[in-house]
Design a binder for this molecule. Sequence first.
Ligand code: SF4
Length: 453
Amino acid sequence: MIAPTRPKAKVVNAAQPVKRPPRPERTIIAAPEGEKGQGTEEEDNKTRSGVTPPFAALRDGRWGRFFPFGSTCLRASPQSLPICYNPAMSPFLSIRRSLLHWYDRNGRQMPWRVRRPGRADPYHVLVSEAMLQQTQVATVIDYFNRFIAAFPTVEHLAAASEQEVLRLWQGLGYYRRAKHLHRAAQRIVTEHGGQVPRDVNALLDLPGVGRYTAGAIASIAYDVRAPILDGNVARVLARCFGIEEPVDAPATRKQFWQLAEELTAPSRPGDFNQAMMDLGAMVCTPRRPSCVTCPLARYCRAKATDRVDELPRTLPRRAPRTVTHHILAIERGGRYLVQQRPASGLWANLWQLPTAEEVPIDGLTAWAAEQLGLQLGELQPLDRFTHQTTHRTIRFELWRTSVAGGRLKRGAGEWRALDDMYDLPLGNPQVRAIEQLQAKRSHPKRSPSPAPT
Ligand code: SF4
């Protein structure tokens, strides 16, 4: 039997420089194993044949090749290469694949979401998207479940009164969304036979449906390739592509939309959009994003150039104006005066205890006489709190008082027991005021809040 011969070890003289093979000009970053097959067949073939490489990296690891994109080329920082996009070259394929791969394993469970191969109910998507504007998912889930239990179909919602809809919306804020949703349901029933439209333009024609909501409904409910762009998505795009322009500048906004449109996956666009939402909410968060768990880390320019904390940039904001509103809890025979707010403006059509907006304290008595026709007794301070809106910081001051004379003006309100007020749609500050009144009624010996100044 012949013993196998050991191959001779190659002796390397450490004193001599080792001859290395030449480095390639660029390195193609291919999608990792297990992430293939998320794009179209045509895209996959292109990638395999090397005709359209998804991305190329420079020797030092930075992005090194970006493709010219007509006249709408997003500018990068002066220090780095310009970022241009060419949809024909499809440099986004790897991003789509990685994101969908991540979403399949990490996407959030929500009552309006249905996993493939099922399809989400378009009405559920419409309701959820209306609720999610300006509101966190965790807050929306309970409201969504109650809303769908009360109005299981678009026909039920269309047939409800506005007050019923507002009542179920109470606490979510931004009540205009509820009114728009109600009117949209009525239009869907009368103009679309009760079927939420699939076409983006038809969706855009509905009250309260903007480009983001239309894209979300069309893609999630019908798998239409329609982009979405909100704060979360803009943040991911700005960081991933190293975009330095402010995300909220009107001119940049247009380009962000274009980028989102080109990036949206042609297959599974609904899942892709939801993956972008989830990534922005769970991983690429405004502060301390989790880059180590991010499926886009290998493509991310902000990470590669150590600018994660600098991006996205925003335009300087004007500080919100601070105003004071006085809530008057006017009691008569154990009941309190409530009135409906005007049909336009903040908290439109909701109910409230009479509230004097931007009236000085020494003008409250005169205000009540003029607006309500009532003379007020002594004003007792009960509570003060702050409510933040987009443009204003509102300081609420709650006063308890009684009727000392006069006659309630016609249409100025009605008298209700405190416990019955929850049947009315109320804004959050009014709910807090009523809760304070109830608490003070239950615990009359508690020391009052410090007197407003
Ligand atoms: S790597 Fe970090 S900064 Fe870049 S997209 Fe992911 S989480 Fe955001």
